[in-house]
Design a binder for this molecule. Structure first.
Ligand SMILES: *Cc1c(COP(=O)(O)O)cnc(C)c1O
Length: 449
């Protein structure tokens, strides 16, 4: 390391030898390495290397190599891919559903110009997202029509605003829920001017509570699936099928916000409601998220009667919450492609998972412990999924998170638990290498102390 230059030493000041910005930018190797990057990012990298040389931290002749190294390492996004070893399938902090190969391919295809709202045969404008709509209706024949918006919360906002306006949304007190990060669905609903008409109590709501509430001011009746908690004990709620008749008689639309995203019943999650059943039970419109158990991109999906969906699609708010072409493409890919990773992880055979876990644990000289997986924020909140985990030294959780690839584990009972449920078997070798690297980094840290 050269001595830091002193302000006085003119003639020998190494800073005089720091290459100039225009020379560096014109150098063929730098130009080639930065061809796909914004000029601003490239200049920032160049200036950072020059600054390091000016501060005497690197010799001037090293500036160009530093720039080339920084350009070479530079990812196009600060979002880093993560290996989810938590056993939580739908992890909102980790981006919820990982996309299927078909959905990823669809994203690529839609990335450029695409006929998302254009009829190539006639050259005229067409209904936006017709392909995603057709795929939804094919996957859920009980629905007459479908509309895709930005996310589940947007779908709920659109449905209640379009159907109730400044009128009343009838909702049970047992369904006034808060979803992640402090967002409360009742606040969302009233944010556009609709009034909440709460009925029943936290634990018990009866049919008469709803029918007593129906009147000239009623805009719609809303059922919200309490996907992230359970009320147990002395409870009662009205089955959707019982509520549908009175709503129809009063000509009041019935909305069912299911959240989870199951289009049809899933035997492993018997308490999780599904769209087909809710529509057969008489809901006029059903709301689900695209990136929960459906296993697709972030989206809010509304399925239901042609008349109600048309009312929603016409409302001005529909334009403010519309889905982008990438989400529409990925959603269609999810629906027409093979089983998405979310359902693969849910349906993991415990014996196969155990065999895999034992094999990898042996390679890592670690033990195997029983570990329950979870569906996660997307539904089946309380349902444990029997499984296994590799039990590692607790100090590994941090180095695994910050390693490359980043591996996210859970720390429980003083151990770092690595659950393979949400990872395809092809990743096992990468996981093993990541653990070995994390171990060597922790050893290094101990040595340095
Ligand atoms: C998750 C969820 C929402 C919100 O959906 P996002 O797609 O996250 O906006 C709304 N209602 C219920 C019942 C949910 O489970």
């Amino acid at each position: 390391m050269p001595a830091p230059p002193q302000p006085g030493d003119r003639g020998t000041d190494p800073r005089r030898h720091i290459p100039r910005t225009d020379h560096l930018l014109a150098h063929p190797a730098v130009a080639a390495a930065s061809a796909a990057m914004s000029d601003r990012v490239v200049r920032d990298i160049v200036h950072a290397a020059q600054d390091r040389a000016r501060a005497g931290r690197i010799p001037p002749e090293q500036v160009q190599d530093e720039i080339l190294a920084a350009l070479g390492d530079r990812p196009v996004t600060s979002l880093r891919p993560v290996l989810n070893a938590t056993g939580v399938i739908i992890h909102t902090n980790l981006g919820r559903a990982p996309l299927s190969p078909a959905a990823r391919e669809a994203l690529q295809d839609a990335a450029g110009y695409t006929d998302v709202e254009f009829d190539l045969a006639t050259g005229a404008r067409s209904r936006r997202g017709a392909g995603a709509r057709a795929a939804l209706l094919a996957a859920c024949p009980e629905a007459e029509d479908a509309l895709v918006v930005n996310n589940g919360a947007a779908a709920l906002l659109l449905a209640t605003t379009a159907l109730a306006g400044t009128g009343e949304v009838v909702l049970s007190r047992g369904e006034l829920i808060e979803i992640g990060a402090g967002f409360r669905l009742p606040d969302l609903i009233t944010s556009t001017g609709a009034q909440l008409h709460e009925v029943g109590t936290t634990n018990r709501t009866h049919l008469a509570d709803y029918t007593d509430a129906l009147g000239p001011g009623t805009g719609c009746v809303l059922r919200i699936h309490t996907s992230n908690y359970r009320i147990i004990g002395f409870t009662s709620e009205v089955p959707l099928a019982e509520l549908a008749g009175p709503c129809r008689d009063a000509a009041v639309p019935l909305i069912a916000d299911l959240g989870s995203g199951l289009l049809a019943p899933e035997p492993l999650l018997p308490d999780e409601p599904d769209v087909a059943t809710a529509l057969r039970d008489g809901a006029d419109v059903v709301i689900i998220s695209g990136d929960k158990l459906l296993g697709g991109p972030q989206a809010g999906i509304l399925l239901g009667s042609a008349e109600v969906i048309a009312r929603l699609a016409r409302h001005p708010l529909a334009r403010a919450v519309r889905a982008d072409k990438l989400a529409l493409a990925a959603l269609e890919g999810t629906l027409v492609g093979a089983v998405p990773p979310v359902l693969d992880a849910l349906r993991t055979d415990p014996a196969a998972l155990q065999e895999r876990t034992v094999r990898l644990a042996a390679e890592l000289a670690a033990t195997v412990v029983p570990h329950e997986g979870r569906v996660g924020g997307g539904g089946g909140a309380e349902v444990p999924l029997p499984g296994w985990a590799i039990s590692l030294e607790p100090g590994l959780a941090g180095p695994l998170r910050t390693g490359d690839p980043a591996v996210v584990t859970t720390v429980q009972g003083g151990r770092c638990l690595l659950d393979l449920r949400c990872l395809p078997a092809e990743e096992d070798e990468r996981v093993a290498r990541a653990v070995a690297a994390a171990r060597s980094r922790t050893v290094g840290e101990v040595d340095r102390r």
